[in-house]
Write a protein that binds this ligand. Structure first.
Ligand SMILES: C[S@@+](CC[C@H](N)C(=O)[O-])C[C@H]1O[C@@H](n2cnc3c(N)ncnc32)[C@H](O)[C@@H]1O
Length: 363
């Protein structure tokens, strides 16, 4: 009898090579995958805060593989070997057993004290940290990597919102200024999964949409790029009338990096004087999962708006759906507060309900 091949990922190989917009997952499967990715990404972010590097480099989701392979070859070897071993082990285990194995992740992480990254792999603390990193990455790879998360997000778009989030953007633009101004409007979409969403297909931005993503699903239409590494604009021509950042900030691993991203976005807007702009452009379309503002220990609607104001953003439109919060904000550099800071401070400590740790720090 032919050997039945074990299905390793929730998305089969043949489907994986197809356009992700065509892959359909059950809503329950999408939800579980997205939640698990968030847990794993959060665990990695916590782990990175516990590893310190010589010369104050900071490890992050975006840079750790190149830092490990370029500067710490022995540690990198340990990481790769361990990841391979765990990948093989996990792929032979039942789903239930895998979940049990990983449930203690945060407990282990909370016990881990600061460890300094050097090439000394005999350091027990450091090798534990690297092993945890390898375990998390093995599980992410086993699920099909970032690709699976993106497919699940695309499916989530359909099921949770009735369509893609940029539908709300186009609805608001039409409501605020009826039709596009005469000059061509340009848009930058950070964290783009498809060129078929409303930003790209509506009459507002026509062919002037730049789409980027850490992991491009279509190299013809989406540039594979980390926004934090995107070269800063050298001239007004390289700036945008609209920047969309939908469900990306919650994906960024640490509160400080989220603050850095919001600040950096400000450098990519066209100046407002340039356009008969109906008081709207340049603007920022910003979407977060609703619990980021309704159930976070540190962020709520009352403090996120002053935080955004301090960075030069003022609110034009706000909408909460059952799952997401949508904001349209006008950007004006001259309205920025100089040296604006925002610290992480627990809100309403008397509140008993279980809350999430979403936060933003501006230093
Ligand atoms: C949940 S998906 C959201 C996609 C889409 N914008 C939406 O609203 O459904 C988040 C995407 O952001 C991308 N992303 C996260 N950080 C990024 C960064 N620094 N630069 C570019 N893309 C990033 C991820 O690769 C992922 O594809």
């Amino acid at each position: 009898m032919a050997n039945k091949r074990k299905k390793l990922t929730p998305i089969t190989k043949s489907k994986k090579s197809n356009n992700p917009t065509n892959i359909r997952l059950k809503p329950e499967v999408s939800r579980k995958l997205i939640n698990r990715f968030h847990v794993l990404i959060k665990a990695k972010a916590l782990l990175f805060t516990k590893i310190s590097l010589p010369k104050n480099h900071k490890l992050s989701e975006e840079n750790y593989s190149s830092i490990l392979s370029d500067s710490y070859p022995r540690i990198n070897q340990l990481y790769l070997t361990r990841k391979n071993e765990i990948f093989t082990k996990l792929s032979q285990q039942s789903k239930k057993h895998r979940t049990e194995m990983r449930n203690d992740l945060f407990v282990t992480l909370s016990k881990l004290h600061d460890c300094r990254l050097s090439n000394d792999i005999t350091d027990q603390l450091l090798s534990t940290a690297i092993e945890i990193l390898a375990e998390i990455d093995a599980e992410i790879d086993l699920q099909g990597g970032l690709h699976t998360y993106q497919v699940a997000s695309l499916n989530g778009q359909d099921k949770l919102r009735g369509s893609d989030s940029s539908k709300k953007l186009i609805e608001w633009l039409t409501e605020l200024c009826k039709s596009p101004p005469d000059l061509p409007l340009t848009a930058l979409e950070i964290g783009s999964l498809s060129s078929k969403n409303q930003i790209s297909t509506s009459k507002w931005f026509k062919d002037n949409v730049t789409r980027i993503d850490l992991n491009s699903q279509d190299s013809d239409t989406i540039l594979q790029q980390d926004f934090m590494q995107r070269p800063l604009p050298k001239s007004e021509k390289e700036k945008y009338h609209l920047i969309s950042c939908s469900l990306v900030l919650n994906f960024v691993s640490s509160a400080q990096e989220r603050g850095e991203m919001l600040k950096r976005i400000g450098k990519f807007f066209k100046p407002s004087k340039d356009i008969q702009d109906h008081g709207i452009f340049p603007c920022f379309f910003f979407v977060l999962p609703l619990p980021c503002v309704t159930n976070s220990k540190y962020i709520n609607k009352e403090n996120i708006l002053p935080l955004l104001n301090g960075l030069g953003y003022s609110l034009l439109k706000y909408h909460e759906s059952t799952k997401l919060v949508y904001m349209l904000l006008r950007y004006n550099e001259s309205e920025k507060t100089k040296n604006f800071k925002f610290q992480k401070k627990e809100l309403d400590v008397t509140r008993k309900a279980k809350r999430n740790n979403f936060s933003i720090i501006l230093k």
